[in-house]
Design a protein around this ligand. Structure first.
Ligand code: SME
Length: 169
């Protein structure tokens, strides 16, 4: 039986991410499957913090197109082009993007009108190839800060060790 994901909404963010990193290491010990990794990270983050949407967009056409992968929450948009929205910007610029108010982000793609703030983190494989972005939406303005950037970048570093990358269909 798998452990229950703790509610970490009231915990200091740095401690919360340390706990999630510990759980990730235990749950994914011996695995190198990126889809299993994406599903597990999405569940850990979504249930620990109770965000609106937590999930991955996978690179299906390098430099061109992202397609939705494992996620938790309300329905996500199916595809996003590189350079479009927050996800496409993080992908094309290969950097974490933190948005305090999505209404102030030119070209923001609204999949759920309740979204108010967002953070998107690029995901690289062992050779530094961009394989996906991790996207989290909150219904609260300015929900994400430096502790989230640091904690999420540490969580997605796991994928730089994973070797099995599914072939986009
Ligand atoms: N808001 C994102 C699109 C994905 S949804 O948030 C799940 C964007 O602007 O790229």
């Amino acid at each position: 039986m798998e452990p229950v994901i703790p509610d970490l909404r009231a915990a200091p963010r740095t401690l919360a991410y340390a706990k999630l990193l510990e759980m990730q290491a235990l749950l994914l010990d011996g695995s190198d499957d990126t889809i299993a990794g994406m599903a597990t990270v999405s569940a850990l983050l979504h249930h620990a913090f109770g965000h609106l949407w937590t999930g991955f967009y996978r690179v299906v056409e390098p430099g061109q197109l992202l397609r939705v992968g494992p996620y938790q929450g309300s329905l996500g948009c199916q595809e996003i082009a590189f350079g479009r929205g927050v996800c496409g910007t993080a992908a094309s610029e290969r950097r974490t993007v933190v948005v305090a108010d999505v209404h102030d982000f030119t070209g923001h793609i609204s999949c759920d009108p309740r979204s108010r703030s967002e953070i998107v983190v690029p995901v690289f494989d062992a050779s530094g190839v961009l394989i996906a972005v991790l996207d989290i939406d909150s219904s609260v303005p300015a929900a994400f800060g430096e502790a989230d950037r640091d904690g999420l970048e540490k969580l997605v570093a796991w994928f730089a060790r994973a070797t099995y990358v599914p072939v986009p269909v």
